[in-house]
Ligand binder design. Structure first.
Ligand code: AMP
Length: 395
C-alpha cells in the first residue's frame, strides 16, 4: 500500500527515528466508533502489515487469501472487519475455523476484546469440553462462532448450529487444518454456508489443497503475502548449535546463563515421550517447567498455557502440534531441542518469539544425524541461522 508522504514532526527527538513514510492509523479505515474504541483500549496505534493490506478489501466486502503467520496480527485483520460488519442476531453471522483448541480460545479472546463495545456474542466451539454450555449459547444467539472443524461439523450434524445466515467465513491456518486431518471437514462446512458469503483464508504456507480451497471456495480473492522475513523472522536472532545426541541435556543446561532471569522459553521436541522425558530431566535439575502435548487432558493443557501466559511458568516444553498457532506474548527464546523436520515447521516454531516487532532468539540443536534438515532450513531462510558453540563444548 502506498502512503502519503508528509514530513516527520519537528522539534522532538523522535523525529530522528520517525519513518520517512508516516504510518497509517486505525482511524484511516472506515470503522464504527465502538470498534475504534476497542482497538484503542488494546493500545494498538498502527495496523500491522497484514492488517494494512487485508483491511481495505475485507472492509469492502472482498475475499482475501493471505499468506501470514501467527504473530503478524492476522487475527485482527479478519476480526476487525467481522466485528465492524455484523449486528447481533439469532443466528451466527460469522464462522471462523481454526486447527486447534488453543488457537480457538485465543482467537475467541481477541474477538471478544474487539467486540467489547458492541452487543455481538462470540462463542468458542472445540472438542474435549462438554457440549451442554455450547448448546445453550447457540440457542441464545451467538454471532461469531470460532471453532475447530470437527466440533463445528458435530453441531451442524445435530442441528444445534445453523449456518444459513453466515455472511463471513474465515479459514485460519488452513495449512495446519490440512496437516491435522481436517481437510474434508473444512470442505463439508464450507459447502453448507451460503454462496453469497465473504471468505477470508490465512495460511503460513500454500500447499496444493489450500490452493484448491482458494480456487473452489473463494470469489476473486485479493492475494496478500507477508513473507516470514517481514512478519517475524527478521527480528529473531537465529543460531544453531551442533551437539551430540547424548550431550543434549547437558548442552542445554550449559546455556542457562544465556537465558537470564527474565527469559520465557519454549522448548520444542518432536515426540510426546521426548517432551515428558525432558520435563522430568529438567525438573530433576531444579527447573520449574511444564509439558504441553496432545496426549494431555484438555484441562491440563489449558492450565499450563494460562500459567505460561501469566508468567507464573517460564519454561514450556511442547510438541509442534500442541504449540501451533499459540500466541504467547514476550517469548524470549525458542529452543529447537529436536530440529524441525522441514523449513515450514521451523518458521512456525520460531514464530513463537519476536512477536509484534520484539526481539527474540531462536536456538536450534543440530544432532549428528540432522544435517539434511539444517540444510533445508538454511536453503529456505537464506542461511539465516548462524553457527554458535554450546558453553558445554567451549569449556
Ligand atoms: P496474531 O498474529 O493475530 O496472533 O497477533 C499477534 C499479536 O499481535 C497478538 O498479541 C495481538 O494482540 C497483537 N497485535 C495485533 N494487531 C496489533 C497492532 N496493530 N498493534 C500491536 N499489536 C497488535
Amino acid at each position: 500500500m502506498i502512503l502519503p508522504d508528509t514530513p516527520a514532526p519537528e522539534g522532538s527527538g523522535a523525529a530522528l527515528l520517525a519513518p520517512t513514510v508516516p504510518q497509517q492509523t486505525f482511524g484511516d479505515f472506515p470503522l464504527r466508533e465502538p470498534v475504534l474504541r476497542a482497538i484503542a483500549d488494546l493500545g494498538w496505534t498502527h495496523p500491522t502489515e497484514i492488517q494494512a493490506e487485508a483491511l481495505p478489501p475485507l472492509l469492502d466486502g472482498q475475499d482475501v487469501a493471505g499468506q501470514a503467520q501467527t504473530g503478524s496480527g492476522k487475527t485482527a485483520a479478519f476480526g476487525i472487519p467481522i466485528v465492524n460488519r455484523l449486528t447481533h442476531g439469532l443466528l451466527p453471522g460469522a464462522i471462523i475455523l481454526v486447527p486447534t483448541r488453543e488457537l480457538c480460545r485465543q482467537v475467541t479472546g481477541e474477538l471478544e476484546k474487539l467486540a467489547k463495545y458492541t452487543d455481538l456474542r462470540v462463542l468458542a466451539l472445540y472438542g474435549g469440553t462438554r457440549m451442554r454450555g455450547q448448546f445453550t449459547a447457540l440457542e441464545q444467539g451467538s454471532d461469531i462462532v470460532v471453532g475447530t472443524p470437527g466440533r463445528v461439523l458435530d453441531h451442524l450434524g445435530r442441528g444445534t448450529l445453523r449456518v444459513d445466515a453466515v455472511k463471513f467465513v474465515v479459514l485460519d491456518e488452513a495449512d495446519e487444518m490440512l496437516d491435522i486431518g481436517f481437510a474434508e471437514d473444512v470442505e463439508n462446512i464450507l459447502r453448507r454456508t451460503p454462496r453469497a458469503r465473504q471468505t477470508a483464508l490465512f495460511s503460513a504456507t500454500i500447499p496444493g489443497w489450500v490452493q484448491r480451497l482458494i480456487r473452489r471456495y473463494q470469489r476473486n480473492p485479493r492475494h496478500i503475502a507477508i513473507t516470514p522475513d517481514q512478519a517475524t523472522v527478521a527480528t529473531v536472532e537465529q543460531r544453531y548449535y551442533e551437539v551430540a545426541e547424548r550431550d543434549k541435556l547437558e548442552g542445554f543446561l550449559s546455556l542457562e546463563d544465556e537465558f537470564g532471569r527474565d527469559a520465557r522459553l519454549i522448548i520444542f521436541r518432536r515426540m510426546q515421550v521426548g517432551v515428558d522425558r525432558l520435563a522430568r530431566d529438567l525438573t530433576h535439575a531444579g527447573w520449574l517447567v511444564q509439558a504441553l502435548h496432545g496426549g494431555m487432558a484438555q484441562v491440563d493443557r489449558t492450565r499450563t498455557i494460562d500459567a505460561f501466559r501469566r508468567g507464573d511458568l517460564r519454561v514450556l516444553i511442547a510438541t509442534n502440534v500442541a504449540a501451533r498457532g499459540l500466541d504467547i506474548p514476550d517469548v524470549t527464546h525458542v529452543v529447537n531441542y529436536d530440529i524441525p523436520q522441514n523449513p515450514e515447521e521451523y518458521i512456525h516454531r520460531i514464530g513463537r518469539t519476536a512477536r509484534a516487532g520484539k526481539a527474540g532468539v531462536a536456538m536450534t540443536f543440530v544432532g549428528e544425524w540432522d544435517n539434511d534438515f539444517l540444510e533445508a532450513i538454511q536453503a529456505q531462510t537464506g542461511g539465516a541461522l548462524q553457527p554458535a558453540t554450546l558453553p558445554l563444548y567451549a569449556r
